[in-house]
Design a protein around this ligand. Sequence first.
Ligand SMILES: [Zn+2]
Ligand SMILES: [Zn+2]
Length: 124
Amino acid sequence: MTVFACSCKQPLSADLREVPLPPPVIEEAPGVDTFLPPWMPRGTYAMNHHTGEFVLHPDDVTSMAAHPEPRRSRGCCGLDGLSGPNLVCDSCGAEVATQYSDCWSQQYVGLVPESVVMTTAPPT
Ligand SMILES: [Zn+2]
Ligand SMILES: [Zn+2]
């Protein structure tokens, strides 16, 4: 299992299992009329070979803070992720991820591959 960490060694994710990238979510969840359901199941990550990002469930990331530049956090109902990484490591401030959480977008966090390291979680 894998934990993603910042280059400053701050862990940034839960302990995750790699899975193939699921097909994009296009159907709204029953009873939810604004947002699509999350792209990834909890506890998993996938490599998006189109963007080079690691794709995570929004609730599987940790120790991240909003980017200090407000223009990075644009979106209509959430974050559109179109202006570059919008999450930084809350320990060192490095740009580590982009959250996509707008009403029309997939719901996920994409880790910037150059900014994170993969570590193997110790057995519990
Ligand atoms: Zn919207
Ligand atoms: Zn850091």
